[in-house]
Design a protein around this ligand. Structure first.
Ligand SMILES: C[S@@+](CC[C@H](N)C(=O)[O-])C[C@H]1O[C@@H](n2cnc3c(N)ncnc32)[C@H](O)[C@@H]1O
Length: 228
């Protein structure tokens, strides 16, 4: 697959309580497990923070926060009052998800905002993460997002679709899990808008940062930048 191709995703346009949007978010929750994202995030968080939790963790494009809650609660049995900021233009975080996080010691803040506006404000976080989100943006917008994020945090990590034939094969298998038409459409265009090689590293500000970027088996693409 050659250059990235961006097509608007249906889930971004649907009201959060539309039945098709709800179905698609349930699909996303299942897909995050099937694609190994929850396991990969969990092991990264444990290794990166050596068993401690980040002080302030922000997720961009957090959606319903359900997969994030599950992996944070698995990675850090007691968050000791750490702050979790879930940023989304259309957040739909269930009260049960917030309560589960609070029981696990997280102070949860849901920000209904465009990520660019939020990053341009007075945001501070030790770590910013994104899951299935960066591929929504053209390279020039990503370079802007990265410039803003690099001012706010000391660590940035993302798990994204990989632009690969394996990804397209995965999309072709979606009917087997009864994924709805919104999910099937969005999964295909997400692979086409996904990343490969060192495309994200090339957009991250160079000075004072170390970037890691690689394939995440089977369908995904991992990126992490740490301030040196
Ligand atoms: C594919 S969903 C991923 C949700 C979640 N990270 C997950 O893995 O289940 C992408 C999310 O990005 C949000 N989004 C898209 N563009 C945005 C923007 N400019 N600012 C904030 N949120 C945005 C959408 O509302 C949607 O919830």
């Amino acid at each position: 697959m050659k250059a990235r191709r961006l097509t608007p995703e249906l889930l971004d346009e649907l009201p959060p309580d539309d039945p098709a949007a709800r179905h698609s978010r349930r699909d996303l929750f299942a897909l995050n497990a099937i694609m190994g994202h929850r396991r990969a995030w969990c092991s990264w968080l444990r290794n990166e923070f050596g068993g401690q939790q980040p002080r302030i963790l922000a997720e961009l494009g957090a959606g319903d926060g359900a997969a994030t809650a599950e992996m944070l609660l698995a990675a850090f049995p007691n968050a000791n009052g750490a702050r979790l900021i879930l940023v989304d233009r259309q957040p739909c975080v269930a009260a049960t998800t917030i309560r589960a996080l609070e029981r696990g010691g997280w102070e949860v803040c849901v920000e209904a905002a465009d990520v660019f506006e939020w990053l341009e404000g007075s945001c501070q976080a030790d770590t910013i993460c994104a899951n299935l989100f960066l591929h929504h943006f053209e390279d020039a917008m990503l370079a802007r997002l990265f410039a803003l994020a690099s001012r706010a945090a000391t660590r940035f990590a993302a798990m994204e679709p990989r632009r690969s034939f394996a990804g397209l094969l995965g999309v072709a298998a979606l009917p087997l899990m009864d994924a709805n038409p919104v999910t099937r459409h969005d999964a295909r265009v997400s692979v086409e808008a996904g990343f490969r090689d060192r495309e994200l590293s090339a957009l991250w500000p160079r000075d004072g940062w170390r970037c890691e970027e690689r394939r995440a088996f089977p369908f995904s693409h991992w990126f992490c930048a740490r301030r040196e």
